[in-house]
Write a protein that binds this ligand. Sequence first.
Ligand code: CTP
Ligand code: MG
Length: 167
Amino acid sequence: MLWYVETVIRILPVYIANATPPVFSKFNVLGLRRPVDGGKLWIDGRRILGDGKTWQGLILGTLVGGLIGFLLEHFGYGSFSLGLLMGFSALAGDMVGSFIKRRLGMKRGANAGLLDSLDFLTAGILISYPFVRWKSGEILLLLIATPIVHRIANIIGFKLKLKKEPW
Ligand code: CTP
Ligand code: MG
């Protein structure tokens, strides 16, 4: 198969895990829609992560990453455990992004541009690297394509009323 199609297939657990939390944000599954930071403040008096980062998003995103990995295994592009790891990495990177946003004084949902689209991708690539051995051309493609895919997905999510902001 074409190398760039394969690259997009391999990164799917990261993409789909990252898109999972907004899909469930109207529900409180098993009471897990609680902020990961427990509502606590950092030393600067601002929230550590904010209300946009919940246990529900972290757990469901990780599980969906595993499910995608499981489905891809059938085609030889990963595994359940690699999918779980990639899903968790995406959501962990997303939390690092929120941590940085809060330190910069940005409110929940504020548009952080490339930080919003590259935080989850960078973590997903780095943490899966020992298992996937991404090539430099593949990483470059993902760094360029992801902000575009992310923007389009967010506009769709906004129109479907899954997201409060179109970014
Ligand atoms: N979400 C969640 N748990 C996560 C990540 C996301 O519940 N770990 C849900 C929240 O409802 C969040 C929505 O998905 O509002 C959109 O995610 P995102 O854009 O990453 O969060 P923001 O609300 O923009 O917050 P931040 O400014 O911290 O990025
Ligand atoms: Mg956002």
